[in-house]
Design a binder for this molecule. Structure first.
Ligand code: SOE
Length: 382
């Protein structure tokens, strides 16, 4: 494995790969030789490269993990595919739908594993909810709703590429965390979003940059700073119409004090409802009209067989974000070991096709808002 772009999430890629037990983290590439050397030392990795191409060219690296800022996803992914390497890329895969489409095409031509880290799919109770819906437990879904709210950008002194239009900051909240919510909503419900109506806001239109990029979940400091105008949304609400008639809505926000990583997905069917909250991810709420509601604990003997493989510990032994992330990486390497062909892909594993789909959804939401809040059909990625 070789990792390009060792920021906040890069460390979790390395941990997950090492937890597999039989895959070596061979090299790290950073934005400069100095930063790569520092990170390689920190993570105890032997080789450090100051350019992503040098890492891609390393013959001992077979799987590229791309955790670069959003605007670098396209060139890094395309270079890795051109070299015939398997790619696991962070989300959002692309900063526009056309780039996403081209990455899907290039991955098909390269015949390699192509994975996007929509890691919340790796949670056992997310899979439990998906399988209950697919098995008819909830009846037909009528309403799919929720939110993904965070607060780490509340401080105007937090400035990074996420807010910089030239580096992927065309969309901030929707691209970064709305993409997760939409992927999860479509994945769990089994329904595709047909059209969207978005209302977006930039609560903090001026941020203060120290010149360096703030890592996710970092805080501002008192270093000398320059003011930067920000246009990307840090708050938004979106109405949804699903194919087949279900309705929905969700909100995203990065500046909402108290909400750390608050992803909630609720799905209401004709006979019962399900709700999953990332911050209480070891529980699944099941709502009824004609009997008491209940809460299901994550436990291998309680979840259905399709979800049991994602449980590592009995109920009451809390599992967390890193365990679900590991499940995704384990599936990705399982796919690679089994030849990485479309036929051997684990059903739950998000691929570039899902990353492209997500880019189409975000693009439709940006268009809806730019047009003054009108319904926008989601055209691509189906
Ligand atoms: C920051 O908002 C972030 O690290 C996202 O980039 C991740 O995708 C999300 O899982 C947690 O929050």
């Amino acid at each position: 494995m070789g990792l390009i772009g060792p920021g906040f999430v890069g460390a979790h890629h390395i941990d997950a790969v090492r937890r597999l037990g039989d895959v070596e983290v061979v090299a790290i590439a950073g934005s400069s030789q100095k930063s790569a050397d520092q990170k390689a030392h920190e993570y105890k990795v032997d080789r450090a490269y100051g350019s992503y191409q040098a890492l891609i060219d390393d013959p001992d690296v077979h799987v590229i993990h791309n955790t670069t800022p959003n605007h670098l996803h396209f060139p890094v992914v395309m270079a890795a595919l051109a070299a015939g390497k398997h790619v696991i890329s962070d989300k959002p895969l692309a900063i526009n739908a056309e780039d996403g489409r081209r990455m899907v095409e290039a991955a098909k031509a390269a015949k390699v594993a192509n994975v996007v880290t929509f890691n919340y799919r790796g949670n056992p109770l997310v899979q439990q909810a998906r399988l209950m819906i697919a098995g008819g437990d909830t009846g037909d879904l009528t309403f799919v709703h929720g939110h993904y709210l965070q607060d780490w950008m509340t401080d105007p002194n937090v400035y990074s590429w996420r807010s910089d239009p030239s580096k992927g900051g065309v969309s901030s909240a929707l691209g970064d965390i709305g993409s997760h919510w939409c992927d999860l909503a479509e994945h769990v419900s089994g329904l595709k979003i047909d059209s969207v109506l978005a209302d977006l806001t930039t609560v903090i239109p001026v941020r203060y940059s120290s010149g360096a990029s703030a890592e996710a979940f970092s805080r501002g400091n008192s270093a000398e700073r320059i003011a930067v105008n920000v246009t990307a949304e840090d708050l938004g609400s979106v109405l949804l119409r699903f194919q087949g008639g279900a309705k929905g809505s969700f909100s995203v926000g990065q500046v909402l004090p108290g909400h750390k990583n608050d992803l909630v997905l609720e799905l209401n069917g004709r006979s019962s409802s399900l709700k999953w909250r990332q911050e209480e991810q070891n529980e699944l709420w099941i709502g009824h009209q004609d009997k008491p509601n209940c809460v299901m604990a994550k436990d291998p003997s309680l979840v259905t067989s399709g979800a049991a493989g994602y449980v590592h510990l009995p109920g009451g032994h809390q599992e967390g974000w890193a365990d679900a992330f590991f499940n995704l990486i384990r599936d990705a390497y399982g796919w690679i070991r089994n030849g990485a062909s479309p036929e051997t892909k684990p059903a739950l594993l998000p691929t570039f096709a899902d990353g492209y789909r997500s880019a189409c959804l975000v693009e439709a939401m940006l268009k809806s808002h730019a047009a003054g809040g009108v319904w926008q059909k989601v055209s691509g990625g189906l």
